[in-house]
Design a protein around this ligand. Structure first.
Ligand code: ZN
Ligand code: ZN
Length: 346
């Protein structure tokens, strides 16, 4: 079969690899019908994720059809349409029993990381019973690709950890796909204001269409002053960090209101300075989280019911065989005005 293979920093190829085979009775083999590329894949391509070794098939998102299910798999059989979670969970270990699937002793984020992933014609899914979700008959497969990773991530790490409540003022720093998924799911809770902060005017315009009440362009370095002016100097109840660099974390620390929440979503590669001399008396809560995908069933229901339209984030479509070009487009997101790309295996 064909797959997108990582060959070290800056090197990738769409090439012939062996079709995955069953390794355990709890595995399933899934034929990929649709997949996508994540910002994390771009980090891997830069060499930022050294746990990804040369020869790895990338990808941790997608939908497909089960072609083989192990003897111990009871929820799925050949022919079932499934959503693949970016987080693999055994369902039995201590972390899984706490609902913290991201820290599963035998799972967590392993797809396209420490085992071969979904940017391929076929993928092996360990612990299929607890790592796959059945796709309802009337559901839009493209919309559901967004539920493998970015929507549970924005919702769990941003909205739930930020404890967004009716009437709250929320700021989301970063209007990329994760920030926009956070913006869409924050609206489940009817906050009074959602302020989107980014350096890209196109993404801020998209944010307005997706329900942001205010936008702040932070390219002049004055995001904090602008947010404080918009909030009558009170700051925001939830400051959600969806970029992963010190500058955007600093904005969150400066705009969080007394009693508010800083919810970190971004993947940080560098240390940040914690402004405890200001925050110690500010009654704030700071949270971090790796997505657990415990809300995937809930999000599936909201999509099927038409209450959430994740397909709004799809800007580009390619055939799976055009994935090299899709990486170029996604890697050039600002110029290409790309949010999420969909790759279809025909
Ligand atoms: Zn991802
Ligand atoms: Zn587990």
């Amino acid at each position: 079969m064909k797959a997108l293979v990582y060959h070290g920093p800056g090197k990738r190829a769409w090439e012939e690899v062996p079709k995955p085979a069953m390794k355990a009775e709890t595995d399933a083999i899934v034929k990929i019908t649709k997949t996508t590329i994540c910002g994390t894949d771009l980090h891997i391509m830069k060499g930022d994720v050294p746990t990804v070794t040369k020869g790895r098939v990338l990808g941790h998102e997608g939908v497909g059809v089960v072609v083989e299910a192990g003897k111990a798999v009871s929820n799925f059989r050949s022919g079932d349409r499934v959503l693949i979670s970016c987080i693999t969970s055994c369902g039995k270990c201590e972390a899984c029993k706490k609902g913290m699937y991201s820290h599963c002793e035998q799972g967590g984020w392993i797809l396209g990381h420490t085992i071969d992933g979904t940017q391929a014609e076929y993928v092996r899914i360990p612990f299929a019973d607890t790592s796959l979700y059945r796709i309802p008959d009337n559901a839009d497969a493209e919309a559901l690709v967004m539920l493998s990773d970015i929507f549970p991530t924005g919702f769990e790490c941003g909205v739930l950890n930020g404890q967004v409540k009716p009437g709250d003022t929320v700021a989301i720093v970063g209007a990329g796909p994760i920030g926009l998924a956070t913006l869409l799911t924050a609206q489940f809770y009817a906050p009074a204001e959602i302020i989107m902060i980014d350096v890209d005017e196109n993404r801020l315009a998209v944010s307005k269409k997706f329900g942001a009440t205010k936008t702040v362009n932070s390219s002049d370095g004055k995001a904090v002053e602008k947010v404080m002016a918009l909030t009558k100097n009170k700051g925001v109840d939830a400051a959600i960090e969806a970029v992963g660099i010190p500058a955007t974390f600093d904005i969150c620390q400066a705009i969080v209101a007394a009693g508010g929440h800083i919810a970190n979503v971004g993947v940080h590669g560098k240390s940040v300075e914690l402004r405890l001399e200001k925050l110690w008396a500010h009654n704030i809560t700071l949270t971090t989280r790796l997505v657990d995908t415990v809300t995937t069933p809930l999000l599936l229901k909201t999509v099927v019911a038409g209450r959430l339209q994740p397909e709004q984030l799809i800007t580009h479509r390619f055939k799976l065989g055009e994935i090299m070009q899709a990486y170029d487009t996604f890697g050039n997101a600002a110029q290409e005005r790309a949010l999420k790309v969909i790759l279809t295996n025909e």
